[in-house]
Design a protein around this ligand. Structure first.
Ligand code: PBG
Length: 325
């Protein structure tokens, strides 16, 4: 045997020489579940050990992540029921704690990259990402609501806006509204290929944002989020988002959609982000907690996402990934 691949695996030193690039801490995005008020810190049961925080408590989290080399954050609001209505009014209200926290963090930590979520669901009494009209989610009537929300978020200082709603045409619509309002520098990190997935469960629990039983619309999001079977359709969405002016394309979920990450990486010149979603992280964390998996499963998962072609990764296990490096 002349060719023996094992020669290149003989020692740590040799393995280090031949190792392909790992995901760096500055490629990670750390999610923050934001509570209104001050001094609040709760732990989620459906995403073991992960917190929901008020803006002041989140500052501690931001500082800890910065010390680890993670400098990007995406936040999501847990909105009290009495602030929800059918048209998501609170989403663009100047008193919205989501917007005031962004302003506060960007003033205190100007070096961070702060990413928003643009969709109606945290503010919607129907629990849908778009406007419910009868039994349907109305695409075109949702667009102005999303653009109002976008301009308010840009004004609050978010660096990238993340439309997660999957309405048709929203990226172009948002881009025009942002430019018109003077926010030409604010980027759009588009949830390009977002699938109708069971893996968002812990997130919806954290924000109490699931589609509501009492709504006239269905309790699922399949009329706007993509069918998990569809691979080619992701390229169609990627083409549209690029044409409409997106700065970054996202695939979501991540681990179960690595073929999509790879397809987009090979077919687009834009940076590719993937969202290692709550349910995917909960599987890992739950199994590690029970001793069914070793902690190194976290390193392996994040490494695999980088290998598939993700330039940036939103994940709830970033802290533990960095600790494993
Ligand atoms: C809301 C939104 C969701 C997630 C991010 N933004 C949930 C959904 O679409 O129902 C899920 C993220 C996660 O599970 O970690 N539009």
């Amino acid at each position: 045997m002349r060719i023996r691949p094992r020669r290149n695996r003989r020692s740590d030193a040799i393995r280090g020489l031949v190792r392909e690039p790992l995901v760096r801490p500055d490629q990670l995005v750390h999610p923050i579940f934001l509570l209104p008020g001050e001094g609040k810190r709760e732990t989620l049961t459906t995403l073991p050990g992960y917190p929901r925080l008020s803006a002041d408590e989140a500052e501690r989290e931001i500082e800890e992540m910065l010390a680890l080399g993670v400098s990007s954050f995406i936040s999501f609001p847990a909105v009290p029921d009495d602030k929800k209505d059918t048209v998501a009014t609170y989403g663009s209200s100047p008193e919205n704690f989501y917007l005031t926290s962004a302003r506060r963090w960007k003033e205190k930590y100007p070096e961070i990259c702060l990413i928003s979520d643009v969709a109606m669901d945290p503010y919607s009494s129907d629990g849908h990402d778009g406007l419910v009209v009868g039994s349907r989610i109305d695409n075109d009537k949702t667009l102005p609501i999303l653009t109002d929300m976008s301009v308010a978020q840009a004004q609050a200082g978010f660096d990238y806006l993340g439309p997660s709603d999957m309405m048709d045409g929203r990226v172009g619509y948002m881009r025009d509204a942002l430019d018109k309002a003077g926010y030409t520098e604010t980027g759009i990190l588009s949830y390009t290929a977002k699938y109708a997935s069971a893996f968002y469960g812990p997130f919806r629990h954290a924000l109490d944002s699931a589609p509501r039983e009492g709504s006239t619309a269905p309790t699922h999001k399949k009329s706007y989020q993509m069918d998990p079977a569809n691979r080619r359709e992701a390229l169609r969405e990627a083409f549209l988002d690029s044409e409409e002016g997106a700065d970054v394309l996202m695939v979501k979920p991540a681990v179960h959609y690595m073929d999509i990450i790879s397809d987009l990486r090979q077919n687009s010149q834009l940076p590719i982000c993937c969202y290692h979603v709550s349910g995917e992280c909960a599987m890992l964390l739950g199994a590690i907690e029970r001793g069914w998996l070793d902690e190194s499963a976290i390193f392996e998962t994040i490494t695999s996402l980088g290998r598939a072609g993700a330039d940036m990764i939103i994940t709830y296990v970033g802290r533990r990934y960095v600790a494993s490096l």
